[in-house]
Design a protein around this ligand. Structure first.
Ligand code: GTP
Ligand code: MG
Length: 403
């Protein structure tokens, strides 16, 4: 999914320290020569690819970064101290653009890769440099040079870590609104969501993951019913599926049956996708009297034969939502760490994702073919089929990041 996470950040490298004019003062040396030291250079600003972060969300809080100025020179030919460089961590895959020139300064694609984005100013020269045969006591010293100032755009193509699945009206969009800055439309009718929405779930500094809210699935989705399964490809690369079940649907339908529909459709569409770790979320618990809730939840879980993790939430009020959020963050972090430490696991994950993407791609294509054939048959050749959108990426989703 072409979801672009963006941040605009101002960086200022440190100015150079000034050189100074100074003269040696020693006992019995009445006219000591010049001994003014040079200024130290200002700190540079670098961007560094860091695998502890996977979104640019931190750059929404702090938008300006200044490296320190170099120190001024001192007497006795002491140069001023240069200042430390600063490093701004960004996720792997971030592109750095200079907003003034639109020039791409670089792509950070390997862990630890650095890119100099603003050069610190050199220090000025102390008066020692200006001594000559004709001028034994120069008073001239120069100021430090200015550090570069740049307004940069960081751009990152992100993939979702968590995918929300469920019937229409289960409360998926309400959920993503609660946990992220994404604000998809919420309404009490099915298929409110027509295109996927992504949100960054921000847990605190350097702790975040990306969640995808996709249109609801219905029975027969894998045969094209409703909006079909064309959006499932957007959750294909996720690490976890969050399966939302409305415990008290207004249409009087059975939550157990509703849960089964989703499990079946996932399985029919892609066994590999259905195999992703799923977390069951029993939603809208505010709609059930307290003394009935336990029995109802136990019943749903038992009837579904669900042995995995279960949460209860009321996404409308936010009840129970944080627990899901923190659970997901911990699981995702653990998985990322394991990928880092265990190359065999990392390779297996990579292969699984590749298999999954391939399976999803083929199934999506097969469904599109079937749909196309059905439409053609329907028109009985009366109409030219050119009106059919034959574009490969047919939903053309380009979801804007909501800061
Ligand atoms: N009482 C109650 N209503 C909720 C809760 N969560 C969502 N709703 C309501 O349920 C309706 C559907 O919510 P959405 O978030 O739009 O559902 P969705 O799963 O995104 O639906 P689609 O986009 O159609 O697939 C809205 O009227 C919400 O206000 C909840 O916890 N309790
Ligand atoms: Mg929705």
């Amino acid at each position: 999914m072409r979801f672009i996470d963006e941040a605009v950040v101002t960086v200022k490298a440190g100015d150079g320290g000034n050189g100074i004019a100074s003269f040696r003062r020693e006992k019995y040396v009445p006219r000591g020569g010049p001994d003014g030291g040079d200024g130290g250079s200002g700190g540079d600003v670098y961007v560094i690819a860091d695998d502890n972060t996977n979104t640019l969300v931190d750059y929404r809080y702090t938008r300006r970064y200044d490296a320190k100025r170099g120190e001024n020179g001192q007497s006795k030919n002491c140069s001023g101290k240069g200042s430390d460089d600063i490093y701004l961590p960004v996720p792997i895959g971030t592109t750095i653009v200079d907003t003034e020139t639109d020039e791409v300064l670089g792509d950070l694609i390997e862990i630890g890769q650095t890119l100099l984005v603003a050069k610190g100013g050199d220090g000025g020269l102390g008066n020692t440099h200006f001594k000559s045969s004709t001028n034994q006591a120069p008073r001239k010293a120069t100021s430090g040079f200015e550090g570069e100032l740049k307004i940069l755009k960081f751009e990152l193509k992100v993939v979702a870590d968590v995918g929300l699945v469920g019937l229409p009206n289960a409360g998926k969009s309400t959920f993503i609104r609660q946990v992220s800055a994404a604000k998809p439309k919420v309404a009490d009718y099915p298929f409110t969501t027509l295109v996927p929405n992504l949100g960054v779930v921000d847990i605190g500094r350097h702790r975040s993951f990306v969640m995808a809210d996709i249109p609801g699935l219905i029975e027969g989705a894998s045969d094209g019913a409703g909006l079909g399964i064309r959006f499932l490809k957007h959750v294909a690369r996720t690490r976890r599926l969050l399966h939302l079940i409305d415990v008290k649907p207004v249409d009087g339908s059975d939550p157990v049956e509703n849960g089964r529909v989703i499990l079946n459709e996932l399985e029919r569409f892609s066994p590999e996708l259905a195999n992703l770790p799923q977390i069951l979320v029993l939603n809208k618990v505010d709609q059930v009297p307290e003394d009935e809730l336990n029995a109802l939840c136990t019943h749903i879980v038992a009837e579904l034969g669900w042995t995995g993790i279960v949460f209860r939430t009321a996404t409308l009020t936010g009840e129970g939502v944080d627990a899901v959020k923190y659970h997901l963050m911990n699981e995702i972090e653990r998985e990322r760490e394991r990928e880092e430490e265990d190359p065999i696991f990392a390779e297996a994950q990579k292969e699984r994702f590749e298999r999954l993407e391939e399976e999803v791609r083929l199934n999506t294509e097969a469904q599109r073919e079937a749909y196309r054939a059905a439409r053609k048959a329907e028109r009985e050749g009366l109409l030219d089929d050119s009106s059919f959108d034959d574009d490969d990426d047919d939903d053309g989703v380009e979801v804007a990041y909501v800061p």
